[in-house]
Write a protein that binds this ligand. Sequence first.
Ligand code: HEC
Length: 113
Amino acid sequence: MKKKVFAATIGLTLAAATALVHAKMNADEITAAQGAFANSGCTACHSATDTVVGPSLKDIAKRYKGKKVEAEIADRIREGSTGRWGDGMHPANGGVEPDDAKLLAKWILNGAP
Ligand code: HEC
């Protein structure tokens, strides 16, 4: 029993360490994310610093700071979202590839560098 708890603790520690490493983005990833944001129609409703139709990227990063929501946000980028920020609706962006959605979520949660 004790061994199991110990193993679980090590597992969690490793997962946390991996999450930290993943949170950092290299220059290529940042360029790719900026490109995906500009080319996927996101800019029609989102700005880095101002609320347009949707919340600013800065506000999104602030709300979820320190929370492990990257996968959830990636799903919502593709599947749509409403009622979290107000009356507006974030449309389903089915044309965004899952990998791009993950990258966009990571980029936005990192403050959209
Ligand atoms: C037609 C306007 C529109 C477009 C296009 C749009 N969004 Fe949104 N987005 C919104 C609105 C409105 C909200 C707030 C939804 C809510 O209240 O739940 C939102 C919310 C979000 C959120 C926060 C989700 C959450 O769970 O808090 C993220 C991240 C996001 N959008 C990213 C993107 C990305 C990336 C794209 C391009 C692929 C995009 N949006 C395209 C309007 C849009």
